[in-house]
Write a protein that binds this ligand. Structure first.
Ligand code: AMP
Length: 301
């Protein structure tokens, strides 16, 4: 089976969704990315947690086939994020970001991971994403995610990173902010000029746009009748997408389009539960059924 490496945040979230407060929810970009990726391929995880991080959670990751050799446990508290969603999920507000052990994190890629060809640089400080790339032996496919927090505070590092990635995955608001233009098609093209030959602009419940060199592909999101919590949708999208590419070993235009749909499918399961609860009970058949559902949704003759 193929392998992919995931680096990013691993944290404990507090989520405010529909006037309900959920505390102590496992989260972080690497957590969602790894779990979604593990639906398709073997995942190697690089990240850091504090001594307060529950052992059962590490076991849960192992149970999903995630290799945790690159997970560092250090003195201090685990990363914590708190956010509140608008009732229609059209926006979210960050109430707290406590980096804790993430602040001094220096990722060490285990020897056994260095030749891995598929790499997901989940949302984390851009200089840490760069440091992981520096330790790899020429990966063939690198996908990176980021967010407004780092665009505001670490733009220069982010620009250096973009020169070295193949795919940037970013949401619409952040694409506009990073490209400094309002029109999304224009923003996608500006971001491509900053380095990545492929850019995926996620538009939440409105799907995603893939800019692949000169080509443009529009993927619909699955209309769901129940959304419990949108946290992690973006990371699940990236993890699912890369997991599929690693599984097939192809990165041509057609494979990328299918990968975007698999990313959409992974994200659709993620949002049906609070935190990771739904992502961890998805079967291969669930994935295939939903992939077909998307196909039917957009097919016409
Ligand atoms: P998403 O909903 O895909 O943007 O990802 C949500 C996850 O990102 C949450 O579980 C948070 O723990 C994590 N997160 C939030 N802010 C940051 C940040 N500044 N750096 C890294 N991870 C973050």
């Amino acid at each position: 089976m193929s392998e992919m490496l995931v680096v990013g945040s691993i944290g404990i979230d507090t989520l405010h969704v529909h006037n309900k407060k959920h505390e102590g929810v496992l989260g972080g970009s690497a957590t969602y990315g790894a779990l979604a990726g593990s639906l398709f391929s073997k995942v190697q995880l690089v990240g850091v947690v504090g001594q307060d991080f529950p052992d059962e959670v590490v076991q849960k990751l192992r149970d999903r086939g995630v290799d945790v050799q690159g997970l560092e446990v250090t003195t201090g508290k685990t990363f914590h994020w708190e956010g509140r969603y608008a009732d229609d999920f059209s926006s979210r507000e960050t109430l707290a970001t406590e980096l804790n052990v993430l602040a001094d994190f220096q990722p060490k890629v285990p020897e056994a991971y260095r030749k891995t060809q598929y790499v997901m640089l989940g949302n984390i400080m851009p200089h840490l994403q760069i440091s992981v790339l520096d330790q790899m032996e020429g990966p063939s496919f690198v996908i990176a995610d980021t967010m407004n927090f780092w665009i505001d505070s670490k733009r220069e590092d982010l620009e250096r990173l973009l020169e070295r990635v193949h795919v940037l995955v970013i949401n619409d608001e952040e694409a506009r902010q990073l490209a400094r233009v309002h029109n999304l098609v224009h923003a996608g093209r500006v971001l491509q000029k900053m380095g990545p030959s492929m850019v995926i602009v996620k538009k939440g419940e409105h799907g995603a746009l893939l800019f692949d060199n000169e080509e443009l592909f529009s993927a619909a999101a699955l209309p769901l009748d129940h959304v419990a919590d949108p946290t992690g949708a973006g990371d699940s999208f990236a993890g699912g997408m890369l997991g599929y590419l690693a599984q097939t070993g192809e990165t041509n235009h057609d494979a990328l389009r299918r990968a975007v749909i698999y990313g959409t499918v992974a994200a659709s399961f993620c949002v049906e539960g609070v935190g990771i609860e739904r992502l961890t009970d998805v079967s291969a058949k669930d994935i295939d059924d939903r992939f077909e559902q998307v196909r039917r949704l957009v097919h016409f003759s």
